[in-house]
Design a protein around this ligand. Structure first.
Ligand SMILES: [Zn+2]
Length: 142
């Protein structure tokens, strides 16, 4: 008996958004090292991350709540919560620092909030991948 996994589509969107965030977080430090005059990118950081969070949170909540009902593996919601918590913490730090441009720009390469959002988006990507993996694994056991 095979189950319907409508949340797989949401998981894929969630992975796409998380990976996009991961790339977006990695690009500015690389670009800044190559072209130190590019600073305009930084201005978009805070609101882009707020926008990403507004997409990631409902998608992750819905996909993983549905997936969890299928596979009952606590690792998946655990990882997702960890990822979202790290990501939200990085947004709070960005928010607290975004007026303080001189400090922010200097500290931005390898900065704390960058590492938090990179680890957060990776944890969330992994949560979505495992969400699909454990559902498939359970189907195969039947
Ligand atoms: Zn499922």
């Amino acid at each position: 008996m095979s189950r319907q996994h409508k949340h797989f589509a949401l998981d894929r969107v969630g992975i796409l958004v998380s990976v996009a965030c991961f790339i977006h977080c990695l690009l500015p430090p690389i670009l800044l090292m190559a072209f130190p005059f590019i600073t305009a990118l930084q201005a978009f950081d805070l609101w882009l991350h707020v926008g990403l969070a507004a997409v990631m949170i409902p998608i992750a909540t819905k996909a993983i709540a549905q997936g969890y009902r299928h596979h009952s593996n606590i690792v998946v919601p655990g990882l997702a919560l960890l990822g979202l918590a790290l990501f939200l913490t990085s947004i709070v730090i960005l928010f607290l620092h975004h007026e303080d441009h001189s400090h922010y720009l200097k500290a931005n390469i390898y900065s704390f909030e960058l590492i938090l959002s990179i680890v957060g988006s990776l944890a969330l990507t992994l949560a979505h991948i495992l969400n699909m993996y454990f559902c498939r694994k359970k189907d195969m056991a039947h």
